[in-house]
Ligand binder design. Sequence first.
Ligand SMILES: *[C@@H]1O[C@H](CO)[C@@H](O)[C@H](O)[C@H]1NC(C)=O
Ligand SMILES: *[C@@H]1O[C@H](CO)[C@@H](O)[C@H](O)[C@H]1NC(C)=O
Ligand SMILES: *[C@@H]1O[C@H](CO)[C@@H](O)[C@H](O)[C@H]1NC(C)=O
Ligand SMILES: *[C@@H]1O[C@H](CO)[C@@H](O)[C@H](O)[C@H]1NC(C)=O
Length: 509
Amino acid sequence: MTMLQIVRVLVASLIIASAVGDEIKNVLLLLADDAGLEMGAYLNKFSQTSNLDALARRGLLFNNAFTSVSSCSPSRAQLLTGQASHSNGMYGLHHSVHNFNVLPSIQSLPNVLRENSNGRILSGIIGKKHVGTADHFRFDFEETEERHPINQIGRNITNIKLYTREFLRQAKAQAKPFFLMIGFHDPHRCGHITPQYGEFCERWGSGEEGMGTIPDWKPIYYDWRNLDIPAYLPVTDVVRKELAAQYMTISRLDQGVGLVLKELETLGFANNTLVMYTSDNGPPFPAARTNLYERGIKSPFILASPNAEDRHHETTGAMVSLLDVYATILDAFHLSTNNSAFSSKSLMPLLRKEPRPQDDDAVYGSHSYHEITMDYPMRMIRTRQYKLIHNLNYWSYFPIDQDFYTSPTFQQILNATLHRDNLPWYRSLQSYYERPEWELYNIKSDSMERHNLAEQPEYKNVLKVLKQRLHEWQASTNDPWLCAPHAVLQAQGIYKENPVCLTLGHESL
Ligand SMILES: *[C@@H]1O[C@H](CO)[C@@H](O)[C@H](O)[C@H]1NC(C)=O
Ligand SMILES: *[C@@H]1O[C@H](CO)[C@@H](O)[C@H](O)[C@H]1NC(C)=O
Ligand SMILES: *[C@@H]1O[C@H](CO)[C@@H](O)[C@H](O)[C@H]1NC(C)=O
Ligand SMILES: *[C@@H]1O[C@H](CO)[C@@H](O)[C@H](O)[C@H]1NC(C)=O
């Protein structure tokens, strides 16, 4: 080669290197508390979310993202461990009498990042944490409900902004890449604890008399008379007023997102930080949170990369699970995960190329508790067309959690049921409480999950295949409930090499 040729090759390889060059150094995970798809980017006409919509425009917006569990602590544990709640041991809520923690052997993201990078990566959490033990989830920087009143650290967006600034300054001063997680407490309910602030704490910090102010928040008030009601909720003014309150707090969360992104920019991290937005589980309404029905598991999800060559202002139809967040974050830092067939999978390749949809694309669900009294384990597989839910305690009534119980929406449903009043709702409270062992829905034609096909002869084969796939997932992820409810799992002693489900004889009683 002549000198000129060598220079040309060098220049060409430099151009290639910079074209595929990876500028991501940091990861910011923005997490909402009980938010569904109530945002402009997902075509909600009412809820004003200009900052999230702008983030969606400069990122990839997911139309098929699902949480594997519809409860706060288990969902956060799945994000931070990449494992289903039945594998990581966070079977229900972490706080107070519920007292769930991950199993002793479990590794979590902040610890893995610190260890695998020899302390090079700085981790931080601001806002709601709600997982434990503290040793299992030790962030380098923690400003959470363990140290602050939850509203001050989770809903006061001025405080969130100030702590974000402090964390980013530390990362800058130490010249370290960072993983920062912001756990907003909006739009969670609070009516069962502090009703004086409104059902969603929407009045708190609004500047109204006795409510205090949040200096950076410009409250957006919604006229409930204008609002459309999503198809899964009763069509009543009680529900409209609930939505107005919920949207007000979603707009507060949205302004918080704007403040955090502004800090990122001001401190010079906008061009090397991967930003993710999602929510732990669906909204606190019937058939949503604590359910594996669509509104309980469908998650808002944005992945916004600073790399010019990555996909921006596009949507993806890839079927993804919030279990994948763990591997995605490790991948963004070029750290490997210990892959197995059903483990967390990095979403980073989606930033370059949309995969071809496959008929057997699937996500899985595993929900066991929420509150300690809510013993209603469910397992699920959802493909592009079907969803199969296995209700393991199907002979008991579906349980209701404390903050949803006191909500005006549930009180109206209950009262109407007790008084045998007409309620314009797509289902009855009785059908909500009483669920069969197996629920099979054709989601493509029945997104409301009204017509259970599990007993229909023409779906026999679909049912069989989905049951088998679900069982395989449970087996390969070490689900202690693998054989429930009609058999007992034996996996020790003589069964150590070949675990078996031994029948309880229910079928012959
Ligand atoms: C929110 O935080 C700011 C800054 O710490 C404080 O001035 C304000 O009073 C707080 N708002 C409320 C409602 O407590
Ligand atoms: C990113 O932004 C910072 C500060 O705004 C600037 O110094 C740096 O050169 C930028 N890096 C790239 C790769 O554009
Ligand atoms: C992968 O497994 C090895 C050995 O068990 C462990 O040291 C390492 O931390 C694991 N890596 C991740 C990212 O979990
Ligand atoms: C419950 O229903 C009764 C009878 O329809 C009605 O009079 C009452 O106002 C309702 N109470 C609530 C809390 O909705």
